[in-house]
Design a protein around this ligand. Sequence first.
Ligand code: GUN
Ligand code: ZN
Length: 428
Amino acid sequence: MAQLLLGQTLSFASNPWHTPIAEAAIHERHGAVLVENGTIRAVGKADDLRAKHPDAKIINHGNHLIMAGFIDAHAHYSQTAIIASWGKRLIDWLNTYTFPEETRFADRTYADQVAETYLDLNLSNGITTACAYCTIHPESVDAYFEAAQKRGLRMLGGKVMMDRNAPDGLRDTAQSGYDDSKALLRKWHNTDRLSYVITPRFAPTSTEIQLEATGALWAEFPDCLMQTHLSEQSEEITWVRELFPDQQDYLAVYEHYGLTGPGAVLGHSIYLSDREWDAVKASGSSLAHCPTSNAFIGSGLFNAKRSHEMHIPTGLATDVGGGSSFSMLRTMASAYEIGQLRGDALHPAQLLWMATQGSADALRLGSKIGNLVAGREADIIVINLASTPVIEQRVARSENFWEQVFPTIMLGDDRAIDTVYINGQPIG
Ligand code: GUN
Ligand code: ZN
């Protein structure tokens, strides 16, 4: 039976980074979304859709905002339990907190527990799709995808490959990394709503032989995404220069092994040279902006204005647990703050775009999810725009829609997420 969700609605007619906001964003004060069989059938004015679909079941969300679910373009589900670990920069943070925690994922029962917690936290924050790094253990991938499959989620992820500069128990080999990834890819890629992502962690933890095998695997399965980290922190960049003295810069390492191109999702990418920016663009790769992580680990200020000016697909990402929040609202707030530190005041429409359609495009899912338009999968969130006293009193002063939304972006958290629909069904 068709359902008609009523409330304020937000959808995008075009990219608000490239077209004037008033043209790009469509806000209906009294809007409606028609959902049937897990698909959005129509979006429009409440009166029009009620008249056209008198038999649809009405679900009235009042003054709340109905929009596409948030999409996290880069996260580590295996770092859920170590989020907010104090006091380290990237390499020390990996060695002190991350690697010991990831070692625990050899235990399938533990992996299952964390996968469930991770998905619970995502959904309570309105994240309906995420692209996650698992650990080197194939069991960690099975735990993740089985948990997502059970809930009917559209999720992406893959087995981390690392064959050096990681502790015992947390290294594969070029051959086993290739074989295990291929077996997992065959098992999970395009199973229900799941997508396998080829996942070399980053250049410092893979030998040249492993990077070569990874490039070969991706060439065999170009339909898969490939995700890795790029140019996140100064010490890391120095280390890459030492490990790969023949390559002119960090991106060149990935280029050399066939690890750039359409479907490559490059996390962080803060310190790109002009050559690297141009090469990212020319290759058709995507970027993932991880603002809370970049602030928390002290990495630096990603240039979101430049990536959009260059029309590079750019997603927004929590990067949990280097990132310090599961909230995409908090992540947008952090992106705003980083923009301010760069002298760029990002508009709320641009932030919301990055968290939805921008991430979907970066993950090559732009025609399936990420926007409230007919034909998309019905992964929808309903946001309470007055979820706490401080937001409520601020909204009372608002004079337009964007002033109504911005306080929730800056001050909101999971309390603002009123309802989450997965495939048209409300959850929890
Ligand atoms: N670089 C390599 N691995 C990681 C990771 O797990 N988190 C972050 N933030 N950066 C990385
Ligand atoms: Zn990461």
